[in-house]
Design a protein around this ligand. Structure first.
Ligand code: GLU
Length: 292
């Protein structure tokens, strides 16, 4: 088996226990199937100085390693622009001048799923585009040819989700998350995407975008999130939830690792010693409740 899995943190702050658990799972899924592991820094947005270095150090302290050079999205702007150009030559890109508020308040298109882009700017005439450009820079959207798609997820089975005219490039010129992820996964030979369950609803959009770019969508594995005692997604406000917080309380990296493996029903061992017995079918399916 060749191919690769990946972990793709955003360097917006320190990784918390839920992020670290997802990273461990991505590593276990990839390595136990003979895949490489790519580490990609999603630094197009919200970068906090020093966060990337701390994230890498924390992953290494848990015993996770990766193959090949780190990928930085901020160094790949040309590649995203090229993908948009290719779609544009096929007539699949249009300029959108809507603000978030306009989208929220617009009547939804018939049959469109709630929250989907209503297509306000899809068929503007050239003179309308020219007029709107004078008041606001455009975002670029994909002219999607479907409104839903089914993807297969190893833990969730077949998942049907909405596809709309998703944003490819934001109106500040920054490539959108969905575009960057799809282009980068394919460029790195990634055929297995393991990530937090909060991104499950993005998978149909991303698989669709891959297809229109002529790329093969990966296998998806959306893993349960860590939550706080109130059932909300874990965040740094929930107490001692990062390697640094826990170290300040005298909890070493090995103990952090053991906390995470225990939450997965796995023995207290370094990741490489978990590979032989790793069984996705035995993983817990519910959220991990972390009392901070
Ligand atoms: N950078 C995203 C995050 O940290 C993950 C994106 C992905 O795995 O597709 O939540």
């Amino acid at each position: 088996m060749s191919g690769a899995g990946r972990y793709a943190p955003s360097p917006s702050g320190d990784l918390h226990l839920g992020n670290l658990r997802t990273a461990l799972l991505a590593w276990l899924f990839a390595r136990s199937t003979g895949r490489d592991v790519v580490l990609r820094v999603e630094d197009l947005d919200r970068v906090r100085p020093g966060a990337e270095q701390r994230q890498l150090a924390d992953l290494a302290a848990l015993g996770l390693d990766w193959d090949g050079p780190l990928v930085h999205q901020s160094e790949r702007l040309q590649v995203y622009a090229e993908a948009v150009r290719r779609l544009d030559t096929e007539g699949l890109v249009y300029e959108c001048f809507c603000s978030r508020r306009e989208i929220r308040e617009a009547p939804s298109a018939p049959h469109a799923p709630p929250g989907a882009y209503p297509g306000t700017c899809r068929d503007l005439r050239p003179d309308q585009v020219a007029a709107r450009r004078r008041s606001r820079p455009p975002a670029l959207r994909l002219r999607a040819g479907v409104d839903h798609l089914t993807v297969h997820d190893t833990l969730h089975g077949d998942v049907t989700g909405d596809v709309d005219d998703l944003v490819l490039v934001r109106n500040d010129g920054v490539p959108a998350y969905n575009l960057a992820v799809v282009v980068d996964d394919a460029a790195s030979g990634i055929d297995q995407v393991v990530r937090g369950g909060d991104l499950l609803s993005s998978a149909p959009r991303q698989a669709y975008l891959a297809t229109v770019l002529g790329l093969s969508p990966p296998t998806y594995v959306h893993v349960p999130l860590a939550v706080n005692a109130d059932g909300q997604r874990l965040s740094k406000r929930d107490g001692a939830v990062t390697v640094a917080d826990l170290a300040a309380r005298g909890v070493g990296a090995d103990e952090v690792r053991d906390l995470i493996t225990a939450s997965l029903g796995l023995p207290a061992r370094p990741p490489r010693d978990l590979l032989a017995a790793f069984d996705p079918a035995a993983l817990p399916r519910g959220p991990w409740i972390v009392a901070g």
